[in-house]
Write a protein that binds this ligand. Structure first.
Ligand SMILES: [Zn+2]
Length: 268
């Protein structure tokens, strides 16, 4: 059978590619010390290494080139050396491992995530200026302050994604604190996990505007992938824990909504 022979030929190649991809997912970056000698263009100190030990200027900085000009402009948008674009690329292909690296102390692998969320909001706002989408329907809960709050959150979706994520922090801590790959994670670490997930869901809801079903499905898939990669429970172990987490977070949201409503009911 020619078709089978084709697959037999391709199988080792695909296996090798897949294994290389898995290795990259777990450890994408390796650092090398620059051992050649440099004279710092800023302070004149002679040194070996990537950065001047006296004034901390990078050994790569010299006269302005086309690349330096582009980097200078890109800095305005926060797209600097720890590239925001590469961080997003990693977030799509190795979400849980990226979070693990960042919260365990490998800060250089990622663009600062909170900053990234707000820069994305600026980029989306700019994009909406050129490609407008219909405004969301004004909220009609019937209570002035709740409607105001709901409308504000509707127009600041990056913040509402983050708040949505925040109610997952405690359930996640409770159910995943004994995880095999990242045991005893702290509440601040849980917060950063939710920041990264908020970045993803913000992108999905901005790209698939008007198709919130697709955005929700993608968000759920990525939550599952990130939790699985970060915490290292099995397929089923991750699934039931995450399902309970999401159910608990809805309960928390409902309780918060009720607490907000009580004073309004007491007034009327
Ligand atoms: Zn220097």
């Amino acid at each position: 059978m020619p078709r089978n022979r084709f697959f037999d030929k391709m199988r080792p190649l695909i296996t090798a590619k897949w294994q290389a991809f898995r290795a990259w997912q777990k450890h994408p970056i390796s650092y090398r010390m620059d051992k050649s000698e440099h004279v710092c263009n800023n302070c004149g100190h002679t040194f070996r290494g990537n950065y001047c030990p006296v004034c901390s200027q990078s050994a790569r900085h010299g006269r302005i080139t086309w690349l330096a000009m582009w980097q200078g402009i890109a800095q305005l948008w926060g797209i600097e050396s720890r590239s925001a674009v590469y961080t997003l690329w990693q977030l799509f292909l190795r979400p849980g491992y990226l979070v693990r690296d960042y919260i365990s102390g490998k800060r250089q692998v990622s663009y600062p995530p909170v900053k990234l969320l707000f820069i994305l909001a600026a980029v989306v706002t700019l994009a909406r200026y050129f490609f407008p989408v219909p405004d969301p329907e004004p909220s009609q809960i019937g209570f002035k302050y709740l409607d105001l709050a709901s409308d504000w959150l509707g127009s600041h979706q990056n913040i509402s994604e983050l708040l949505n994520g925040c109610v997952l922090i405690l359930p996640t801590w409770f159910l995943f604190r004994k995880a095999p790959n990242y045991p005893n994670h702290t509440i601040p670490e849980g917060f950063y996990l939710q920041v990264y997930l908020a970045i993803l869901s913000y992108i999905f809801y901005s790209v698939f505007v008007g198709h919130s079903g697709i955005a929700s499905a993608l968000t759920l898939c990525y939550n599952y992938m990130a939790y699985k990669q970060l915490f290292g429970f099995g397929y089923w172990g991750t699934l039931w824990r995450l399902t309970i987490c999401i159910a608990l977070s809805f309960t928390i949201l409902l309780l918060i909504a009720l607490v907000c409503l009580i004073p309004i009911f007491l007034q009327s």
